[in-house]
Structures are given as C-alpha cells and as structure tokens.
Design a protein around this ligand. Structure first.
Ligand SMILES: O=C(O)CCC(=O)C(=O)O
Ligand SMILES: [Fe+2]
Length: 480
C-alpha cells in the first residue's frame, strides 16, 4: 500500500502491546517527532504496511483484546493504490479504515521509520539459512502456497526502502503501442509496420503484436501445458530442479535467489537452446512436450519476421539481424508460474529488470501484472487476447548503439492466480563464440560506438553472477 505524503507534521501514533494487556491505555500512546519520509507499520509477523505517514489517529479501544481499529486520516485524493489506478473513494479502499482482528496475544505493532525498521529486520534473521531451507524443498513458491501459508515468508518481502520507493512513481494513462501485423507480407502495409516498430523500439523498447498469424490454439496449448507442468505432482517436478544453467531443461524458483535483496513470487521452467540450438523431444517433460515443440516452431518463425522488421527499422537490409548476425539462433523459453499471493503488496512476481538477449517475445495469460517503466511511470502491459508482447533486450540496445532501448519492466504479485507467461529469449550465437558489438553501419564520427564488443557467454556469465535487477549494460559501456 502506498500513500502520498501530506504537509502535516504531527504524528500521533499508538504502540500496542497486547501481550501486556495494555492495549489502548493512554501511556501507550506515543507522540512521535515528525518523521521525514515514509514510515513502516510493522506487525511482528512479517507484515508491513509502508506509507508516508500523514496522521495515524483515533485508535479505538475494543472490549476484547483480539482486535482494534486504526483509522488513517488521509484525504482520498492523496492515496495511491496500485500505480495506474485512479485514487479510490474512501469506501472503495479498505485500508483507509482497516480493522486488524487477527493478531494474537504475542503480536505487537511498531511504528518506526525506515532505518529503524531495516535494523530490526536484520536482527534474529538468518536469511541465507531461510533461503537454503526454501531451496531444499525443491517445491518452489507453489509448494509454499500448497502448504497453506497465509503470510509470505520474510525472504520474499521487499526491503523497506524499496517498498517506500514506490511513492516516487506517479499515476499515468500511458499506453504501450499495439502493432497490427495483418498482411505483414504486403509491401505498403509493412512500411507502416516498420515505422511503428521503429518508433516503439526507440521510445518504449516494448510493443504488443496482434494478428501475427499464430493460431490461438497454439498459444492456449502452451499456456495450459506450462500450467500442467507446474501443477503436477511435486515429486515429478523435482527431477528437473536445478541451478545449473548449462542444462537444457531446468525447473526452479528465482534464478537470483542468493543474490537478490528479496525473492520473487514465482517458479520457472526453462528450456534452453542457447548453446545447443535445439532440444530433442525426449528431453522435454512429457506433460507439456507436444505443446512446447509446436510453440518453439511457431515463435521461432515469428522471431524471424520481427528481426526483419527491426533490421529495416534500423535502415539495414532485412536479413541483417536474423541472417548476418544470427540474433535468432540461440533461444530460451522461460516459462513462469506466478502463484496467487496472500500479501501481494509486500513482494513482486519479478523484480524490475531488463532482459539480456537481443529480443524477447512474451506470451502472457489474462491475469495481468506486467509493467514497463516509461519516464519514471510504471505502465501496465495489459493482456490482449491472442497477442504477444515484444521487447528489445540489452544485446540489441548495445549493437544498435542505443538506437533501440531495452526497457526496465517487472511483474506485480497478485492475490489472484496463478498467472502464467512464457518468454522466448532470442540470444544469438554463443558457440562457437561470436563477437558482437555496435553495428558498423550505425556508427560514424558523429555517432561513435558506445559499447565494447562482447560475446554472449561473457555477458550471460556476468548476468548469472548478480541479482536480475542489475542490468549489466554499464559493464560494457565504453568510457568516453
Ligand atoms: O511474466 C512476464 O510477464 C514477464 C517475464 C519477464 O520479464 C522475463 O522473463 O524476463
Ligand atoms: Fe523480462
């Protein structure tokens, strides 16, 4: 929950200690000094509400010791719920006046500022041990949900500064471009499409594609197949559980589990054709084998078309990216499963990141939650039935010498789920190593190269050594 800050400076807060049965006695009422910036209301169980405090007031005593009411005196217009939504009316926004009825005698509420909160959250908490325990289940986030948890484990909770950082993103009604690929082969039509692709790739790094010609049955078949994989018996899935990125078929949770600040609420099945360029049917999980084979064929062909359009959009011959540079040769299907989350405001489905490859073609189901960062606004990429989301990756930003942009994006966690998505990364040639760098035709004296040359393996090795929210582009920038 993110609330805007008002100019009020007096913070009347209550510290509540039910275990001492002194819940609402006046001596428990504390007057805090004005706090600059956000505050955290923390229940001792790992539940936080992060917001910029206006005024917490009016804590009513209840007869029984198992509930209380906190009313926030905030003008509704100052409230930001999820980005992109209009400020709700008070009656539509349950947190404006929320009743916490579920705390037990050992619960306690603290109202602290961010720094105190960070200090406290690192006390008595062995993160690595908890990550390891999660990993050892080999059952992913889905396993946690199946075990009936109602609070998300601490390893998934975004750090307080990050939660509070949500406040800086404004509302907007920006729309990600949608490009119609109907009659893509006709000369006149494709000129218009090339212009749209150029503009979207320069300004957004993201666009949606409709009427691409892949039958809806193939898309539904793939989403259903991935759902079946993740929802099958946990013992069968375990066979594929691994962190070895050289394997062709890998099931796991959070590729950056040990390097990120907070784990994400999702599990992933990866089919990697990055190094071998193909996968044998018998190597694929039987439960989604035929769906994956059909999908790979179709999405590979769509990738070829998109590379032609992108080449032309850069003023190159249509075969430049796909043919000469073989940007579409290596591929990886990254098939995500985002279970329903009991506390979606505290975590993310996938943290803010850019994609490393040349190009990503993404299939998402109808749940929603994908957002792209544009001019410091999180813009929803709404599900459009039968469409694909296409986004430029870091490699293409580098070889286009910043002509095209690899945009930051993320996925929100959601109370509703599961959400399923399949990203096809087009990763180029890794073996034998091919050297990529800013395309010669695109550089000149006025437009000198901005990036060093790189190999796919070199970039990918760096990528896997850190959290996904660290893009790695900077490491390859030429210092000028
Ligand atoms: O699930 C999504 O919509 C996006 C996934 C994504 O960004 C990725 O796999 O890189
Ligand atoms: Fe991504």
């Amino acid at each position: 929950m993110a609330l805007n800050r008002s100019e009020q400076t007096d913070y009347e807060v209550y510290s509540i200690h039910p275990n001492k049965r002194k819940i609402f006695k006046p001596k428990n009422k504390i007057k805090l000094k004005p706090i600059n910036g956000p505050v955290i209301i923390r229940l001792c169980s790992p539940v936080h509400f992060a917001f910029n405090a206006d005024r917490l007031s009016h804590t009513k005593e209840k007869k029984e010791a198992t509930g209380f009411t906190v009313s926030l005196s905030l003008p509704p217009s100052r409230i930001l719920a999820r980005q992109n939504q209009k400020a709700p009316k008070p009656e539509e926004f349950p947190c404006l006046r929320f009743t916490l009825k579920w705390y037990t005698m050992s619960d306690r509420i603290h109202i602290t500022n961010i720094n105190e909160s960070i200090a406290e959250s690192t006390k008595n908490y062995n993160r690595v041990k908890e990550l390891k325990a999660f990993e050892d289940t080999k059952a992913g986030v889905k396993g946690l949900v199946d075990s009936g948890i109602v609070n998300i484990p601490k390893i998934f909770i975004r750090p307080p500064d990050e939660l509070a950082g949500e406040l800086k993103y404004g509302q907007n009604n920006l729309q990600v471009p949608v490009i119609d690929f109907t009659r893509i082969e006709s000369h006149i039509r494709s000129k218009k499409i090339i212009d749209e692709v150029r503009q979207a790739s320069k300004e957004w790094g993201f666009f949606q594609v409709v009427n691409h010609g892949i039958p809806p049955g193939v898309l539904d078949g793939m989403l259903n197949g991935i759902r079946r994989f993740h929802e099958q018996d946990a013992e069968v899935k375990k066979e594929y559980y691994s962190r070895d990125q050289t394997k062709k078929v890998i099931y796991g949770s959070n590729v950056d589990l040990y390097t990120s600040r907070a784990a994400n609420w999702r599990d992933t099945l990866t089919i990697s054709m990055m190094f071998s360029y193909h996968v044998e049917p018998h190597e694929l999980p039987s439960i989604c084998r035929s769906a994956i084979i059909e999908y790979i064929n179709q999405v590979t062909k769509l990738g070829e078309v998109v590379f032609e359009l992108l080449s032309e959009a850069l003023g190159l011959i249509p075969e430049h990216l796909g043919g000469t540079l073989e940007c579409g040769r290596g591929r990886a299907l990254v098939c995500h499963y985002y279970p329903a989350c009991p506390e979606p405001n505290l975590t993310l489905g996938i943290s803010k990141h850019t994609d490393p490859p040349f190009l990503t073609i993404l299939l998402q189901d109808q749940i929603g939650g994908l957002q792209v960062l544009r001019d410091n606004h999180w813009v929803d990429v709404p599900p459009v039935s039968g469409s694909f989301v296409v986004n430029i990756g870091n490699f293409l930003q580098m070889i286009s010498n910043d002509e095209f942009k690899s945009a930051e994006h993320r996925v929100l966690a959601n109370r509703v789920g599961p959400r399923i998505s399949v990203a096809c990364f087009f990763t180029g040639v890794a073996v034998p190593p091919k050297i990529y760098g800013p395309i010669k035709e695109l550089i000149s004296e006025e437009n000198p190269p901005l990036y060093k040359e790189f190999t796919v393996s070199e970039y990918v090795t760096k990528f896997y050594s850190k959290a996904i929210d660290k893009s790695g582009l900077e490491d390859f920038k030429l210092k000028g």
